[in-house]
Ligand binder design. Sequence first.
Ligand SMILES: [Zn+2]
Length: 97
Amino acid sequence: MTTSDDVRTAIADFATRIDALAPGSGLPVTVPVTLSPEAARALVEALRAYHDPRDHGVCDQCGSGRLDEDLICTTCGQPNGLFGQLVRERLARHRAD
Ligand SMILES: [Zn+2]
């Protein structure tokens, strides 16, 4: 049976994931709702299954940040993957010159 704590936790986790993709998106919205147990269960499942199209995975560099559409980490600001490694190596060589 899905409890109100389960719904609150699912909403908080969802909001954390979305806010990481769009920090400072505006004033918070409060949404008081009453749900049947089955609707509460379905809402928790839907929130957990949602994949935001702006979310391009976890950063290889810091391991916790999310990648934006340019594959730049929204937390550490580093480019990800092989492309990011090439950019960092080129920058390091440039700074050494
Ligand atoms: Zn990162």
